[in-house]
Design a protein around this ligand. Sequence first.
Ligand SMILES: [Zn+2]
Ligand SMILES: [Zn+2]
Length: 237
Amino acid sequence: MEIKVVFNNDVINNSFCSGWGFSCLVDGSILFDTGEKAQYLFNNAGLMGIDISAVEAIVISHDHWDHTGGLWDLLKKRKSLPVYSCPGFSREFKNKVVKAGGILKEANEFVQVAENIYVTGEIAGWYKGSYMPEQALVVKTDSGLTLITGCSHPGILRIIERVKEEFSGEVIKLAFGGFHLMDKDKREIRLIVEKLIDMGVKNVGPTHCTGYEAQMVFKQNYGDNYISVKAGQMFGV
Ligand SMILES: [Zn+2]
Ligand SMILES: [Zn+2]
């Protein structure tokens, strides 16, 4: 299955718009998060030959502007798209989706979005003392699972635990996206990286809000199994 990184702070070249936020397209049809601005999303999608009219569903990891920013203008172009959200997202967000013509889907548990593509459903998380629920995307192929995260406010370990509970016996061959370790000290970061290795996560692509220091610790520990995720990248899983 093909994954295209549409928006990120790092880019493969300067034709791509960069900024704060994250977005990627799975299998040509499932858009996970929308970055900070639709203009950036459309620019990058155009450069990657992505046909916006082929998007069949949008998954929003959590209710933060750098993940929802592109959603509103996208819904103007593509009315009646299912928008996978969590029950705990703000009332304001949910109303805005409905007003913009999206079909609001709220997942509490694992839900299949397309063949071999799942959302985890709401996992409790916190950001600056406020409740910030979040969901992640899981892609299942013969060689294992790929986990895509937005900011990982519930904690990357908690998200991985949830995926392992649901898909017991499956290998997590890749976890990538925001791991939100910017505010953690080096010792805690090291423990988290070791835990990921213990949990059998084979390859990692920590990006977005992971933080430079944490990325370096992942890089040291994962070596060739570390992926530098950049907008404009495409890879098969
Ligand atoms: Zn974020
Ligand atoms: Zn966030």
